[in-house]
Design a protein. Sequence first.
Lengths: 646, 251
Amino acid sequence: MAKLDAKIPQGPIAQKWTNYKAHQKLVNPSNKRKLDIIVVGTGLAGASAAASFGEMGFNVKVFTIQDSPRRAHSIAAQGGINAAKNYPNDGDSVYRLFYDTVKGGDYRAREANVYRLAEVSNSIIDQCVAQGVPFAREYGGLLDNRSFGGAQVSRTFYAKGQTGQQLLLGAYQALMRQVELKTVKLYTRNEMVNIVMVDGKARGIISRDLVTGKTQRHFGHAVVLATGGYGNTFFLSTNAMGSNGSAALQAYKKGAMFANPCFAQIHPTCIPVHGEFQSKLTLMSESLRNDGRIWVPKKKEDAEAIRAGKLKPTQIAEEDRDYYLERRYPAFGNLVPRDVASRAAKERCDAGYGVGNTGLAVYLDFKESIERLGEDTIRARYGNLFQMYEKIVDDNPYDTPMMIYPAIHYTMGGIWVDYELQTSVPGLFCAGEANFSDHGANRLGASALMQGLADGYFVLPYTIQNYLADDIRTPRMSGDEKEFVEAEKESQDRLNKLLSIKGQRSVDSIHKELGLIMWDFVGMARNKEGLQNAIEKIRAVKKEFWSNVRIPGSNDGMNIELEKANRLADFIEIGELMALDALNREESCGGHFREEHQTEEGEALRHDDQYAYVSCWEYKGEDQEPEMHKEELKYEEIQLVQRNYK
Amino acid sequence: MEKTLNLTLKVWKQNGPREKGRFETYKVSNISVDSSFLEMMDILNEQLINEGKEPVAFDHDCREGICGMCSLYINGRPHGPDDDITTCQLHMRKFKDGETIIIEPWRSAGFPVIKDLIVDRTAFDKIIAAGGYVSVNTGGVPDANALPIPKPDADEAMDAASCIGCGACVAACKNGSAMLFVSAKVSQLALLPQGRVEAARRAKNMVARMDELGFGNCTNTGACEVECPKGISLSNISRLNREFLTAKIKD
């Protein structure tokens, strides 16, 4: 197959997107009405794309597994959204945002895509303000900014600690406006279970109504997947309970390549795990690192006393505290990128300095900033986050430092797309976290919201026309064609097969088993032996699942266990793909840390001569090893250097 | 030693919108006080599956209090016996050992039951579709800083905008009114110059849609504000009434 053409436009980097737009094909208004676009997912990327397509005059069908598009997990993003506005006059520019994003991603992202992302970032802020998104403002009435990890400028726009919510509601409202105008048809509590291929092109999907259990065939001239990441492969993550990788995996099975599956982000500031009954992990926004200082005790005996409950953190004298990020990375301090901060926390805990009753936690302390700025200012900045922490942990973070530990948060890997966000399957596009394109091996804070909305508002509305312009004479299909009927039958067969297993174990018990394997061997630190071991274990879990899962009830009507089982079947395969990819990548970069490849100081050691490529996995059939293809990454603008946050 | 609870649960079970519902009684034991309410429900479901029974269906997703998906009526209160939180943020330390907990779905004409504890809240989407937006298309908008907005207005708009659309206000209201939900969106947009342009049209259309969908009238009992997990203020309802009246007078 090996036909991975990234279709990067010619010309200097700052001109590529302008040149593309100047020469791409367009669809005239009367033809737009004759073209159908299916959008799967209603998070930032899906909702913004569907709303924009509707405004342009296309016929849009949009699908969400939730009861409303407003529930998508983009809503949980707390901290903010980056843009190169340079309103604070602190030296920001499109180029610097581009540079920081490529560097933050540890030089494993495609330059042209990242530059375009930085270029459209400013339009996103304009658009959201016009929609009535209530961003934080200064007393003069202009927009306020704050800093995030991996940047030395303040370029993050925010709406309290609920930026994702406000941006998603903006996109959701724009979408509902189109639903009212009947350019968009909305399907809620509907899950895409298959992609329909006709003559080598994506021409529709099979959906399953989660209330009635019935499947339905839908035609589209093009299909856009905006279904988020696959972090829930780990069972415990900061993702919502329903977030899943199934649409991406179905695309993979129809020929879309899965790129860099091993690049998963472990977020440094989450509330630590506290028991085996735990269902999910809660993130504490990275914005807290603006004012909070991270530390563990300097002396092992103090850490031991804290773990035993004999000592409180407030009793540890200033000189006995190890502010290890400030010590190791004086230039960026507590605002180093997420992968660096996570590994540093793990290093301290593994060395025996961890706190909390498990020893798997570090402190995030606001004492100094409360003294400097006053409790009221801290409350105004982070009040809702402090309240959330207190409700969960039953401890007041204004008095005692918060306890935090890293957790799986985001997946940089995903479906491979070219410059137009088209996958290796013609007519199948992929946007937002579901694609792999912009964050390389590590995503910077406040860049997920930027990418989701960039893809949906400002990239796909252009690039999809370039594809659809050749389709203006393709008539709509009825959905009764054999390809549709076969795809529907394939999905129903799988659901019936799951129901017929009638084994002994619940879906969750098997998912937890998978999650532990992932965390132990494919988590924050990986090595060859562990990964080989993990692949064996994941294959055993797959066997156990397909022979011993128990799903009560039937396929007629709502069956939540069946939904979960259908997604777990895909998580198991994604888990194996992650381990295979991690095993192949004999270097450390960003969120991917191979213990065999580190500097003397324990920093990630890249091997640019061998691994400056995107690993793209092609599905070869059930129980067959996938084939890996390489998209070589050519850096024309930015010189590859070892990341340095010291 | 970790504290644990043994509990009796009376849970509403209902197969579909037109089926008759009933309470089922279940026992759960050794529930850690540090687990969340929904983790306790997960433990119950794991137990039911292991006994070969059908689990209890309930809505939930983000489990951090922001998506608005979770929706239980616990011991007679939407989102249970704690203030300013959603059900997913409720922790078992709020309950006593040996307690009987009654768990029901939202009960309101506007939200029919789909199954067990899951209700249909698509009426809220329909209300938003009637006008809960600024009518701008993608592209062609002015620079974000072209129009200064006084900080107090922006902050007040943000407070109104923090509504998560869970429906607790409707469930708490004896009339099943959606006024707090509608007023939060009308207020957010009326407070900002971007939304001011269509303020009158928006208030009229959203209220008309709300009435069509079978929600009751507001009689100012204030129950909605008390139970709102995000502290959306009743003052939004006053603002909606002003916007609505001004719009009607102009007609």
